[in-house]
Design a protein around this ligand. Structure first.
Ligand code: NCD
Length: 348
């Protein structure tokens, strides 16, 4: 057999995604590095506006993407990312398509590679939301969609819905929007991110995006077991940009001063060795007793899904009733931020 494997990760070096620079139209969205503060402001203003318009039932929202088609191509499990993108597109008046029965019944099952599948989907859709287990898969998709665009004379775009343990840019957009929504800004905040910081792509993107937002006097606390710490490259780039970064495995040290507590799931599916997972699985569990030690105006966020890292189902009920727990608002904001992004990328 001929060896054909090519690593998606190689494309993170060879493919440079276009910066937004005030113009979203026709751009692939694969990393938070594409966004400057001014772009985030434009996006957040639009998300606010769309949220207001959806709430009052403004029928003209449906004109924004009328006639456009979104494909959702998910090689990994998803509820929120998949459905919020679909809901966003439908509320914008566009249509959504996906392989009937999920990606396992697509030609992927026959051994088709990503480069070919993405171009097939690009022939039918204007925008493709891709979730894939390989780091760099969205860069690879962008590269091949550019090649396809040259042939078709129209440019289908890809939006990353998460590339393995790499990035989850649209989650970071909705997370940052939610922080600004509740706290008014990101300046002068103590922000803690807790859990599996090595494998958690939402944390990778959010930490980078806070830096892109040029937040000042913001302290970042990364709390994890030592084996699951944030990749060094991200820590270094934050420090290089002047951020106070504090890494610890002792939550008690900082819990009482945090304004934003971003809790995450241990990404069990990313562990090759079950014993390694078992050794740290119970290290950080948010419970009502723990939340009682947080500031009265702190916000507790979580990208969800959650498992035992938020305690038992009975704990969930108590945590959910606490006004500081804002993860369902965070979730709803995801749809509005994705509406703003999709309409801008499709050239509204
Ligand atoms: C996250 C993800 O898929 O990275 N979920 C999400 O998109 N809201 C977080 C997780 O799976 O733990």
């Amino acid at each position: 057999m001929i060896a054909t494997a090519r690593l998606s990760q190689e494309y993170t070096n060879s493919y440079l995604p276009a910066k937004i620079h005030g113009d979203f139209a026709g751009k692939h969205i694969v990393t938070v590095d594409q966004f400057a503060r001014a772009d985030l402001q434009v996006l957040f203003d639009s998300a606010h506006d769309l949220r207001d318009r959806v709430r009052i039932g403004d029928p003209t929202v449906r004109d924004l993407c009328a006639g456009k088609v979104m494909a959702t191509l998910f090689y990994e499990a998803s509820t929120r990312t998949d459905m919020s993108f679909q809901a966003a597109m439908q509320r914008l008046g566009g249509d959504t398509i996906a392989t009937s029965g999920g990606v396992q019944f697509s030609s992927v099952y026959k051994g088709e590679n990503l480069a070919d599948t993405i171009r097939a989907v690009g022939c039918y859709a204007d925008i493709i939301v891709l979730r894939h287990p390989e780091v760099g898969s969205s860069y690879e998709a962008a590269y091949y969609l550019d090649r396809l665009g040259e042939r078709l004379g129209r440019q289908p775009v890809v939006v990353s819905g998460g590339d393995g343990i790499g990035e989850h840019p649209t989650q970071a957009l909705l997370d940052l929007f939610t922080i600004v929504d509740f706290k008014g800004d990101v300046n002068h905040l103590h922000v803690a991110m807790v859990g599996d910081l090595r494998n958690g792509r939402t944390v990778h993107s959010l930490a980078k995006l806070i830096a892109q937002y040029e937040a000042y006097h913001t302290s970042l606390y990364f709390v994890s077991p030592p084996t699951l710490s944030l990749p060094e490259s991200i820590v270094n780039s934050l420090r290089a940009r002047g951020f106070t970064v504090y890494e610890t495995d002792n939550l008690q040290e900082i819990l009482g001063i945090c304004d934003v507590i971003y809790w995450t799931r241990i990404q069990q599916e990313r562990f090759a060795d079950p014993a390694e997972y078992a050794a740290i699985a119970d290290d950080f569990i948010m419970t009502p007793t723990l939340l009682a030690q947080a500031k009265s105006d702190a916000i507790l966020m979580h990208p969800l899904p959650r498992r035992h890292e938020m305690g038992t189902p009975a704990d969930h009920d108590i945590l959910d009733a606490d006004p500081r727990s804002i993860y369902f608002r965070q979730m709803e904001n995801g749809m509005f931020v994705r509406m703003a992004l999709v309409s801008k990328v499709l050239g509204e």
